[in-house]
Design a protein around this ligand. Structure first.
Ligand code: HEC
Length: 174
């Protein structure tokens, strides 16, 4: 009887862990309806930048990312905080001849502090144009440059006060 019980519980454990795996796999950083999300910029970006090259770029924020807030750090200094679950998707249409490619590459930031692959709280993904595969970038390639968002930088409002902006260049926090 004891053996049977151990067997049953082992099988149950196996089933639950199989389900957990599946749940992880079904999480998609790029939901099919992302194009209906909020676009924080009125115009697409088309100046050349390091990291994202010569391209036309459109940014989308999910609801959680729209809830980014300015809060006080432990030294009472203002800082930006994006809540867990925030997703920022940037479409990158690469230059092709005198125009741009029609299918974009997607670069994605997902806030998930508890995820063991998170780099300073964020997961970075890339889906190349025309590819169904979403790749997690677990080197410091993306974050190594996005750190510059937390200092004075040459983009958007320039972050002149050098505020901690949670690795996001766009100033969208309320
Ligand atoms: C060499 C610097 C650099 C690298 C490397 C880089 N980025 Fe960026 N990224 C930028 C800059 C600058 C902006 C804002 C200006 C723009 O898009 O015109 C930006 C904007 C973004 C945005 C929009 C949110 C924001 O911060 O304003 C996303 C999403 C993004 N990058 C994802 C990625 C991902 C994913 C990677 C790695 C595959 C990556 N980036 C690598 C410089 C970089």
């Amino acid at each position: 009887m004891k053996t049977l019980l151990v067997c049953v519980s082992t099988i149950l454990l196996m089933i639950t862990s199989a389900c957990e795996k599946q749940e992880q796999q079904t999480f998609t950083p790029i939901p099919v309806d992302y194009k209906s999300w909020h676009q924080p910029l009125k115009k697409s970006l088309d100046y050349q930048i390091p990291g994202h090259g010569d391209s036309r770029r459109i940014v989308f924020l999910n609801e959680q990312a729209r809830n980014a807030r300015k809060i006080k750090d432990n030294k009472n200094k203002e800082m930006v905080d994006f809540p867990d679950g925030s997703i920022i998707i940037k479409e990158v249409y690469k230059r092709e001849g005198s125009g741009y490619q029609v299918t974009p590459q997607l670069v994605v930031m997902v806030k998930n502090r508890k995820n063991e692959d998170a780099l300073d709280g964020w997961l970075y993904y890339v889906r190349n144009a025309g590819s169904p595969q979403v790749r997690l970038i677990n080197t410091r390639f993306c974050v190594g440059c996005h750190e510059a968002a937390n200092e004075v930088h040459p983009y958007f409002d320039n972050n002149l006060e050098g505020m901690f902006r949670d690795y996001v260049f766009l100033n969208v926090a309320k």
